[in-house]
Design a protein around this ligand. Sequence first.
Ligand code: ADP
Ligand code: MG
Length: 380
Amino acid sequence: MVCCCITEKFQLIYGRSPAWAARAPGRIEFIGNHTDYNGGPVIGAAINRYVSVAIAPRADGVWNFYSDFTGHLATLPAHCISRQEGELSWLNYPLGVLDAFPAFGFKRPEGFDLLTMSDLPAGSGLSSSAALELATALAFLSLTGQSIERARLVQLARHAENQFVGVPCGILDQGVSAFGKVNHLVWIDCLLQTFATVPLPADVHFWIFNTHTKHALIDGMYAERHHECMQAAHALDVPLLVHATPAQVEAARPGLSASQFKRARHVVEEIARVEQCIDALRGGDLVTTGRLLTASHRSSQCLFENSTTELDFLVDQLTRNPSVYGARLSGGGFGGSVMALTQSSFKESDALRIQQSYEVQFDVEPEGFHLLTANGAAPI
Ligand code: ADP
Ligand code: MG
């Protein structure tokens, strides 16, 4: 059954009921910063903030798109797929999915009315783009009576983002949004492209603090980090940094530039931290888990150099609180959000105090919210 809130909105926009609906969660990056494209492992969690999509068929060869994000109806002739700019640029995500359909062996819908609604902040490092791709893909598949395996859905959505939207994201975003499970983390081996879930010990909590900042040169900085990692792998004579050990990186130091050495050291040590984190979680050892999370942040801050003054400030404030196990930037960095893993004794009042001190320091109020883990993308 389609949830009533999106049904009501759909009625309001299109004057009839939707036939199908699906939703996909946002995600946090739990640990594994910039390990994905180096072939390493990464751990994420799907969160209880979603992009929802409702859809109904049309027989007149029209594709209608409406998002509560923009509040505008966009109408395209069916199968007319071209890149959109400006206010319509959000259409590139569903259009990228539709563009990928034939290559993945699926037929496209002939006509539809589509509505998307969301309580997931966009552009904050919580992967609203992947959630939008997955939810629209499921809606298009339901509409056309087709089905897909979860791992294939991940590939299709990532293909849309890489090839059509033009963002070279790794597999984390779509993988966690698709494979999320309540009270579990999603552990991805980015080399083998395999997914597993790891139970979260009881009574832990996630908090997110969104700085609402994004570095102006973010795309160039990503590309530069990617390039430095590949150059370091080349100098180490391995295909990807996942194949190198910390000892090999240290031994190769004279042949690496200062920044190549720092990036490589971060990656190989971060990969080791992800593995240690899995062991700590399996043993229910939250103190060690938290220590690894904060160590990951310090490595991003000092070695990978993708943190910012705002993110560091939040991590410093959070880790001073005894109810916090650990805190780190979550996602690509250069702005975005900080994630904290806490005991239940960390309350709204603690979050507010941190937000207030941030506001005093930076003259902007960050958004802080408590999150629960969630199940992956599915019809609703
Ligand atoms: P993130 O994935 O971290 O949220 P991105 O920059 O990758 O950040 O993706 C954000 C973009 O995704 C938005 O600018 C918008 O184009 C699109 N988007 C996200 N949520 C929605 C939504 N509910 N409706 C329409 N577009 C959305
Ligand atoms: Mg994104």
